[in-house]
Write a protein that binds this ligand. Structure first.
Ligand SMILES: Nc1ncnc2c1ncn2[C@@H]1O[C@H](COP(=O)(O)OP(=O)(O)O)[C@@H](O)[C@H]1O
Ligand SMILES: [Mg+2]
Length: 350
């Protein structure tokens, strides 16, 4: 976009033509199932946006729509300012799509897969082959260049899939449950690769139903439930936001001294999620307040063996998104019940 400016013309705020993805009013039904209902979200360049929600909440459907592989019943998507409904080809050139499995390509060799993809994006044969080799080197799979993709481990297949999704140097990258089934080492590699893409200015959207998978790679979180976007937030490391701390005394000591000290100070506590764990959970307004509370408890002679932040930035964003709905629903159990049950946990399987 060229913007003409002149000293004699007062500056008028321009309509933002965003890089990355801007979507609103998206709906898509499959028969009676409203998979996506009036969803809106933006995926800004240079950041990793986490798309989190339970299984069946519409994440894959939304991503297929954003990738222009599925037509929405209603709604608008722009990709780097390009209207994806009017110009799906133009939008598609800017998008990298990594589905949750490598799919039907598995009998081709790694080199063939990447070369074929390059040709589909209009590269010449030589160009596509050179790019394929380059991509394989990037994801450290050069030794598998001539092997069929089916011999790769899940982690290696995911890396090949990432290489395939980025053959054409997209400015938007959509990753559907990429960490699903990865061992810890592969997960760390994926995190580094994704962070690198964002550092290079790519707009990244990455989905998961397991919050902990995305915690370390995300800058923002969009929470979806029942086909709607329920919140979008920056995962700032704000020092003064409300935090939860788990506090416990030494093993075998009765926790009475701790709970009495909290009660005397009018500090509410719960046993938090995971009742088998020792101690109690309190809310404090930031790390400074946490430090003060710890000093006060120790000063009052309360034996403390454990004092640590509970949960994660992503978990907090997720639970915060649950709260309004939990209050709004009537007759659906206790206020805490639905929220606690709905939060996806490590170990939950697809
Ligand atoms: N092709 C399809 N045909 C029928 N129902 C579908 C189809 N794709 C998704 N759905 C339904 O839409 C809802 C959202 O699914 P999906 O987008 O896959 O959720 P998620 O990726 O969050 O697990 C689910 O109820 C699912 O069963
Ligand atoms: Mg899915």
């Amino acid at each position: 976009m060229t913007q003409i400016t002149s000293a004699s013309i007062p500056e008028v705020p321009q309509r933002r033509v965003p890089g990355g993805i801007d979507a609103h009013g998206l709906s898509r039904s499959f028969g009676d199932v409203k998979a996506v209902r009036e969803m809106a979200l933006s995926v800004p360049p240079g950041k990793v946006t986490a798309l989190v929600g339970p299984n069946g909440s519409g994440k894959t459907t939304l991503m297929l729509i954003l990738a222009t592989l599925l037509r929405p019943d209603t709604g608008f998507v722009t990709v780097d300012g390009i209207d994806a409904m009017r110009d799906p080809q133009g939008a598609r050139r800017r998008i990298g799509w990594m589905p949750d499995t490598l799919g039907v390509w598995e009998s081709l060799t790694c080199l063939e897969i990447l070369g074929t993809m390059g040709r589909l994006y209009g590269m010449s044969g030589a160009e596509a082959d050179a790019r394929a080799a380059e991509q394989l080197e990037w994801v450290q799979l050069t030794e598998f260049a001539k092997r069929p993709a089916r011999v790769l481990s899940r982690g290696q297949q995911q890396r090949l899939s990432l290489a395939r999704a980025t053959v054409h140097r997209p400015s938007v990258l959509l990753l559907d449950e990429p960490a699903n089934g990865l061992d810890p080492g592969s997960r760390l590699r994926l995190r580094d690769d994704v962070r690198q893409m964002a550092a290079d200015g790519v707009a990244v959207l990455v989905s998961s139903h397991v919050l902990s998978e995305l915690e370390e790679m995300s800058d923002r979180a969009v929470v979806v439930r029942d086909g709607t976007t329920v919140s979008a937030s920056e995962l700032d490391d704000a020092a003064d936001r409300e935090l939860r701390y788990r506090i416990a005394g030494p093993e075998n000591a009765q926790g009475a001294a701790l709970t009495r000290a909290l009660e005397e100070r009018g500090i509410p506590y719960t046993h938090g999620r995971g009742r088998q764990r020792a101690g109690v959970v309190v809310a404090v307004s930031g790390r400074q307040a946490a430090a003060q509370l710890l000093a006060e408890l120790v000063g009052a002679g309360v034996p403390i063996a454990h004092f640590a932040e509970e949960g994660s930035r992503l978990e907090d964003a997720y639970l915060a998104a649950e709260r309004p709905a939990a209050q709004g629903s009537s007759g659906a159990g206790t206020a805490a019940g639905p929220a606690a049950n709905a939060a996806p946990q490590e170990g939950e399987t697809a």
